[in-house]
Design a protein around this ligand. Structure first.
Ligand SMILES: *Cc1c(COP(=O)(O)O)cnc(C)c1O
Length: 423
């Protein structure tokens, strides 16, 4: 359920704002998010865990705009971060550091220092080497670092290989069989305070099965740890719940949470979760304008003003996104490739897609673009990144200005190549 719908004029609206108006006033390409949708998704997800002590930590990497983070912080969300930059965003947006969990396979010393200095709730440690590094940083700062070990349960999440993270061959986490000795190592370190156990098996999961399988493995590890006196206070079940892009039918948050909680039973642990996509995925669209159409005799192309630099999911994961003309609906009448202007044949949003006839100047919305959309954008082909807009009822706010050509060259300099060589 989201708040993008056909308005009284038959055109596509975000809440009470016509997308036509946003495009006319802000330009294209533009990411448009719906406040009501984000809030609805967050509340539904949070409510799914209401029967137990829990903390929902939004995975910042899915959509890191300050306004979006601020919305979630106001609702009481915690945050799952994977870099110093994300930590600073959360703090700037009003997020509380004691609700931040820090994930990631390659955290650096400066990142760990900052995390400890601001007092994050937990560092999700992914290797013995990281544990040793963190111990040293913590002792140097005179603190004890709250730690959860990210354990890799070796479960097939049945998703795109690039976003599967809980298989043994993936780079993530500590191998299941190495978890106990690594906890023992952690318990013996003066700079480490063991507080949790965590896992995250992948993204865009459309079934409950892999979550349940991973939870079962983790719960048996949890029992073993408790039996050995390791003080695990929280179990972090990660993120990964999928959304409907096309025909997927992922479980509702309530169904997913119930299945996971059933396996956890009455064990005395707080539950931490790290949802990203399910909160923001269907809460955003990418608004783009048709530049021109062309026909090479074999394929008809609709060239739009957004490219793979703005939205890389189709190119990177062969992802399918619904494309909808913003104008009132009319019958599909053409089979086209919708492509961007970037100089790569991988720069397409749809191939052989049946769509209504699209004319130059028409607006098209790429649906379900709120997660892993803007955050994965780049300046490839020296294209300024898109604007971001947050719709709130009958108002909207530009929450990130469109980049300018000046922004593109910021920090670059022309060296004096004619200067004589230094002696
Ligand atoms: C990406 C990621 C998430 C969020 O995944 P979604 O599929 O967007 O819910 C959660 N935890 C970790 C460690 C991640 O890397």
């Amino acid at each position: 359920m989201n708040h993008f719908h056909r308005g009284p004029d038959g055109a596509l609206w975000a809440e009470d704002v016509p997308l036509e108006q946003v495009a006319a006033e802000v330009g294209t390409p533009t990411y448009v998010y719906s406040r009501a949708t984000i809030e609805r998704h967050y509340r539904a997800f949070d409510a799914a865990w209401a029967s137990v002590p829990h903390l929902v930590c939004f995975a910042v990497k899915a959509c890191s705009n300050l306004a979006v983070l601020n919305l979630l912080a106001r609702l009481g969300a915690g945050f799952d971060i994977v870099s110093l930059g994300e930590l600073e965003r959360v703090l700037r947006a009003g997020g509380s550091p004691d609700r931040v969990v820090f994930s990631g396979v390659g955290k650096t010393v400066p990142e760990l220092e900052r995390a400890l200095a601001v007092g994050v709730r937990c560092v999700n440690v992914e290797s013995p080497a990281e544990l040793a590094m963190l111990d040293e940083v913590a002792r140097r700062l005179g603190v004890r670092a709250p730690v959860s070990l990210r354990v890799n349960p070796d479960v097939d999440p049945k998703t795109h290989p690039y976003i599967a993270t809980g298989l043994k061959r993936n780079k993530f986490g500590i191998p299941y069989d190495a978890a106990l000795p690594t906890y023992e190592d952690a318990m013996g370190r003066a700079g480490i305070e063991v507080v949790g156990l965590d896992f995250h098996i992948g993204s865009q999961l459309a079934e409950t099965g892999p979550f349940v399988e991973a939870t079962e493995r983790m719960v048996s590890l949890l029992d073993e740890l408790h039996a050995r006196g390791v003080p695990i206070r929280h179990l972090d079940v990660g993120g990964g719940l999928g959304i409907t892009y096309r025909a997927e039918a992922p479980p509702e948050p309530a169904e997913y949470a119930a299945a996971v909680l059933e396996r956890i039973g009455d064990r005395a642990v707080e539950i931490v979760t790290e949802p990203g996509r399910v909160i923001v995925g269907n809460a955003g669209v990418l608004l783009t304008r048709c530049v021109l159409t062309k026909d090479n005799g074999e394929t008809r192309f609709v060239v739009v003003d957004a490219g793979m630099n703005d939205a890389i999911r189709p190119a990177l994961y062969s992802a399918w996104h619904d494309l909808e003309p913003v104008a009132p609906p009319r019958a599909a009448s053409a089979v086209v490739d919708v492509v961007g202007p970037v100089c790569e044949s991988g720069d397409f949003f749809a191939r052989d897609r049946e769509l209504p006839e699209l004319a130059a100047g028409e607006l098209v919305a790429m649906r379900s673009a709120g997660a892993y959309g803007f955050v994965m954008s780049s300046n490839y082909n020296s294209r300024p990144r898109a604007a971001e807009v947050l719709v709130d009822g009958d108002r909207y706010h530009v929450v990130r200005a469109r980049e300018t050509v000046e922004d593109l060259m910021r920090g670059e300099t022309l060296p004096d190549l004619d200067a004589p060589p230094s002696a």
